[in-house]
Design a binder for this molecule. Structure first.
Ligand code: COA
Length: 374
């Protein structure tokens, strides 16, 4: 059995930012317009008036201050309320492949690895822009990697599940190197017209290069162990899919064709699931709370992360022990814990241990215990 290591990582961050205040102005204008258009139905009790959103609520409930998006013009236009993304010809790079490239290139450069030395590309994300050909195969062609590529989707846990899949392939000897890449265009599957969730998501792409540990050329993170688990739940769901046109009424503008969640239930059910999962993983690996120098958690909600950090460490995390990036990026689905890892890991000393953990729809939870090596 070989050992696997994360030898490179990278983040592509879109250039457009939407602050909570900008978002709320657009949402409130949309709500006012909708209420005016439906005034008769509202007065007759056939429809409920849309209430205003508020920046104070968003920050207090989530910890989010802003989000990066691929296009803010459509999102901030009360008559549109979705991103406008240019349609591309089949010969052009797709949207996801294009944003994946910058993250992958950064990961390869950090590890001093040429794309041709990579044996596999796993495009692990919570939504893919088309059914086929796989986005991973397109990324393979654009980068010039060898071997094979495939897409996978475990919603917000896609990155850690992808890391486990790549790690297992390296351990068994079937590949030497894999890029696990997470291009997340969450702005295109979020319902920006629903005040309960319109503030939740942002866009980003992350990538990690996983290599056979003995091939690492510089400082790296040895992957000591991985653990993945799923348990079916309907509390986070998106019903859009290829069967849509086979069902009457499904081609209409339906709420369930975008991201839906029962946020309170998710909160209550996912927290114990994740805390138990991490405790079990640490016990299996013989890692004690005092051994962990850093937690890179899924970035959905600050209160959730505070709770999990406290459960795992048995005390309030010190500043820097559990870095959050959600205040700047919002929830970026599978990419969140990898952004935190990418931005807050290079200062770690040889021998330091850390844990990456993602969780979300499915329900799904994935964790990776890494050790810094010189
Ligand atoms: N502005 C102002 N008020 C709002 C609002 C907004 N944008 N959105 C909701 N409210 C109101 C609600 O209507 C509700 O009012 P009520 O008490 O009169 O009924 C109140 O604020 C509380 O709403 P609630 O949805 O219960 O808030 P919350 O504290 O649960 O926070 C989330 C909402 C989504 C931030 C939180 O539930 C969460 O983060 N859940 C887990 C999310 C998660 O991890 N999802 C995974 C996705 S990958």
């Amino acid at each position: 059995m070989h050992q696997a290591a994360i030898t490179g990582h990278g983040v592509f961050t879109p250039s457009e930012i939407i602050t909570n205040d900008e978002l709320v102005v657009a949402f409130n204008a949309y709500a006012d317009r909708w209420n005016a258009e439906h005034a008769d139905d509202i007065a007759a009790g056939r429809a409920e008036a849309k209430e205003h959103s508020s920046s104070e609520f968003i920050f207090a409930a989530s910890g989010i201050e802003q989000r990066y998006v691929l296009d803010k013009t459509g999102l901030l236009d009360p008559g549109v309320m979705h991103p406008w993304l240019r349609e591309r010809a089949d010969e052009e790079p797709g949207q996801m492949a294009e944003m994946a490239l910058e993250a992958c290139t950064a990961a390869l450069a950090m590890a001093d690895v040429d794309a041709s030395e990579v044996d596999a590309v796993l495009c692990a994300a919570s939504n893919h822009e088309r059914a086929y050909p796989a986005i991973a195969v397109e990324i393979q062609r654009l980068l010039g990697t060898g071997g094979f590529g495939f897409d996978m989707n475990v919603a917000c846990s896609s990155a850690t599940f992808g890391i486990q899949a790549a790690t297992d392939m390296i351990r068994s000897g079937s590949i030497r190197r894999a890029l696990v890449v997470n291009p997340e265009i969450c702005s295109a599957h979020l319902e920006w017209r629903d005040r309960d969730c319109h503030f939740i998501f942002g866009d980003v792409a992350t990538a990690v290069l996983i290599e056979r540990a003995d091939l690492a050329k510089g400082p790296h993170f040895l992957i000591r162990s991985t653990r993945c688990a799923t348990q079916f739940s309907d509390n986070i769901r998106n019903n859009n899919g290829f069967l849509r046109r086979t069902r009457k009424g499904h081609m209409e503008d339906r709420r369930d064709m975008q991201f839906m969640q029962n946020g309170r239930k998710v909160f209550k059910e996912v927290l114990p699931l994740v805390s138990k999962h991490i405790a079990g993983h640490m016990a299996e690996d013989g890692v004690k709370a005092a051994d962990l120098k850093r937690l890179w958690l899924h970035q959905a909600n600050k209160t959730m992360n505070d709770y999990i950090g406290k459960k795992v460490l048995g005390r309030d995390p010190e500043p820097g022990e559990q870095p959050n990036i959600l205040q700047d990026y919002a929830n970026t689905s599978s990419a969140g814990s990898i952004i935190a890892f990418s931005k807050y890991s290079e200062d770690m000393a040889p021998g330091d241990l850390g844990l990456i953990c993602s969780f979300g729809a499915g329900y799904s939870v994935g964790s990776v215990i890494v050790e810094r090596m010189s």
